[in-house]
Ligand binder design. Structure first.
Ligand SMILES: [Zn+2]
Ligand SMILES: [Zn+2]
Length: 342
């Protein structure tokens, strides 16, 4: 079967012919229908966040149809529509038992530590497979596996309450999900910060107040638009020290700055002005839980949450198209979300 693999960091992904995986005990093989291309994949390709061992098939936003099942698999069958929780935990330790697979000492992420979904098929333990309701399209199912679920995790961890204000830094796949999900919590205002007027227009149509960054200080602009006050919650989805610092600076008294973007660089925080004087909090956001995925799928079924087609571009499973998308992500350009569609 065809797979797009990272052979060497800093080099384009390559198209390779690899054997169709065979499920072991407790595992299933899923024929991939949709696989989202995430900014993290650009980091893995560049080596700023390491994927290993190489070569590896990238892709952690995956939906498809079960094509094969190993022994002892009980909750899915061949032909089932499914989407994949991208973390593979041991299923036995205290972290896994509490639903916090991301802290399992042997946790592996698909498309980072084991082969992911930029391929015709993927092998994964049954435990990480979630049924995809008939009413949720495969492409949207895929986008919910990283973009929307991590955005929901950030919002839940932020303790956002009705009437509070929110600023989302970066309105790509995660940030646009955050804007749409934050709206469900009845905030007073949602500010969307980005350098792309196009993405800001899309965020505005989802109810956000657009704040164009790049030319002037977005933090000043947010304050101005928010009656002279900082916001209650800021969510950083870009992964740059500069925007992380802006997120921290943008919160007001008792504000919570949620850091979800990836960077390997330090962030400067002025303890008195940024934290102490406001009793502000800076909170890390890592991944999400299966419960959050199930919550999203339920909201989608009920019509409460949507990630409309106009936010998504699809490309074929071809190295050229996928590398171009990753190049655009490296430049913080491109569409809100690009998804490989089989
Ligand atoms: Zn991702
Ligand atoms: Zn575990």
């Amino acid at each position: 079967m065809k797979a797009l693999q990272l052979i060497q960091t800093g080099r384009p992904l390559e198209e390779r012919e690899v054997p169709v995986p065979v499920p072991e005990r407790g595992e299933v093989v899923v024929k991939v229908v949709a696989a989202g291309i995430c900014h993290s994949d650009a980091h893995y390709r560049a080596g700023t966040s390491p994927a290993f061992p190489l070569p590896i098939t990238l892709g952690h936003e995956v939906s498809g149809v079960v094509s094969d099942t190993g022994d002892t698999v009980t909750h899915v069958r061949t032909g089932d529509r499914v989407c994949l929780h991208y973390l593979v935990g041991c299923g036995r330790c205290a972290s896994c038992a509490a639903g916090n697979d991301r802290f399992c000492t042997t946790v592996q992420m698909i498309g980072k530590h084991r082969d992911g979904g930029y391929a015709e098929c993927i092998r994964i333990p049954e435990r990480s497979v979630v049924p995809l309701p008939e009413s949720v399209p495969f492409v949207q199912g895929a986008v919910m596996m990283c973009s929307s679920s991590t955005a929901l995790h950030a919002i839940r961890k932020s303790r956002l309450r009705a009437g509070e204000s929110v600023a989302v830094f970066g309105v790509g796949g995660l940030g646009m999900s955050a804007v749409r999900l934050a709206a469900l919590f009845e905030p007073s205002r949602i500010f969307a910060v980005d350098i792309s007027p196009e993405k800001l227009r899309l965020a505005e149509s989802a109810g956000a107040v657009p704040v164009l960054a790049g030319q002037s200080d977005p933090v000043e602009r947010i304050r101005e638009l928010n009656g002279g006050h900082g916001v209650d919650v800021a969510i950083e989805m870009i992964g740059l020290p500069e925007t992380m610092q802006q997120a921290v600076r943008s919160v007001g008294q008792f504000g919570r700055a949620m850091i979800a973007g990836l960077t390997d660089q330090p962030v400067r925080i002025f303890a008195y002005n940024d934290l102490i004087n406001k009793e502000a909090e800076v909170i890390g956001v890592s991944d999400h839980t299966i419960e959050e995925i199930e919550q999203l799928l339920q909201w989608y079924r009920e019509g409460t949450f949507d990630f409309p087609d106009r936010l998504i571009e699809t490309v074929p499973l071809e190295a050229g198209a996928v590398n171009s998308t990753l190049d655009a992500l490296d430049r913080f350009a491109g569409t809100v979300r690009t998804v490989i569609k089989m």
